[in-house]
Design a protein around this ligand. Sequence first.
Ligand code: ATP
Length: 357
Amino acid sequence: MSAITTRGLTKDYPGGVRALDALDLDVAEGEFFALLGPSGCGKTTLLRTVAGLESATSGTIHMGDTDVTRMPPGRRDVGMVFQDYALFPHMTVLDNIAYPLRIKKRPRSVRHGKAEDVAHYLGLDGLLSRRPGELSGGQQQRVALARALVAEPQLFLLDEPLSNLDARLRLEARTFLKQLQQRLGVTTVFVTHDQAEALALADRIAVMESGRIRQLGSPTEVFRRPANLFVASFIGSTPMNLLPGRVREERIVAAGTELPLPAEARDLVTEGEAVVYGVRPEYLDALPSAEDGAFEGTVSVVENLGGSSLVTLDVADEPVRVVVGEERAQQLAPGDRAWARPRAGRVLLYRDGDLIT
Ligand code: ATP
């Protein structure tokens, strides 16, 4: 049984915005699940609808085998962390953490005992009598996590939990969050627009666009085999090369280059057909000289990535980006000729926007 199941979940806001469009989603028990997509694609709306903070226009939401579609948020057994943490500024850290138990009318001694346990677990021991304004961003985030966890919810919902932290703290908090989820094993759904964060944290990722899920899979699947051009261009710290091409005599011609047709695509394409040839910059190998089946072009830009460089080649007027090792990159300057070969087994072909191989 899934921890969350949605069927045909649709949310229309006044003014005719369809934020969720007939979503079918299954989140497994204990899973760390990411909702990823560009601004406005409906991630927050989906989270808030699952939490009961927004009502569904149509469709159903189940938690386990309970239909919660019309259940008020207080009865849904959900802990939520908001983007701005939404801590109560006038309350101490201890009272903030204990707040969900106060709502549940637990006795004071139980509230404080549990809040202290969770605070200890999250490394907040020395801070219990402070107010949120006296904490760093990372500490505030931990208080928000503690408050969401104190009532031991069945489901943990996180809306961009790391977005208010600076780059270094963000990385630390990311590792912390991953460890916390592994230790607790509580089903967690988190929203992010940062693909690196989703890839690093999640067991599975739903990539959303315009209120729909465009691909659902493990980080490896979504990175290695983006199901369509939207996901292909969204995932990856350096964008995938996506070159318009054509099938010609068992080869693909793209950026004026004759490239080998991936073996698994041989029976799936026809002569003369238009395709998009996709290869990540990481999967192009720089060569010292021209070779059959390799791109040849002029270096236009060399960007230092720290440890490697991103080299942009002009290949028959198409930019082709290649990740190149430090030593090779030092030998390359704008205007030089350079060559790069797509790694076998790492090439993707798209037809009408969808993955063929
Ligand atoms: P972001 O990453 O920017 O937070 P998101 O993917 O979380 O975006 P949502 O906040 O869910 O997106 O918004 C989805 C769509 O619904 C957007 O077009 C947005 O403008 C619209 N929307 C969100 N909240 C409301 C509202 N209360 N009233 C009307 N439209 C809304």
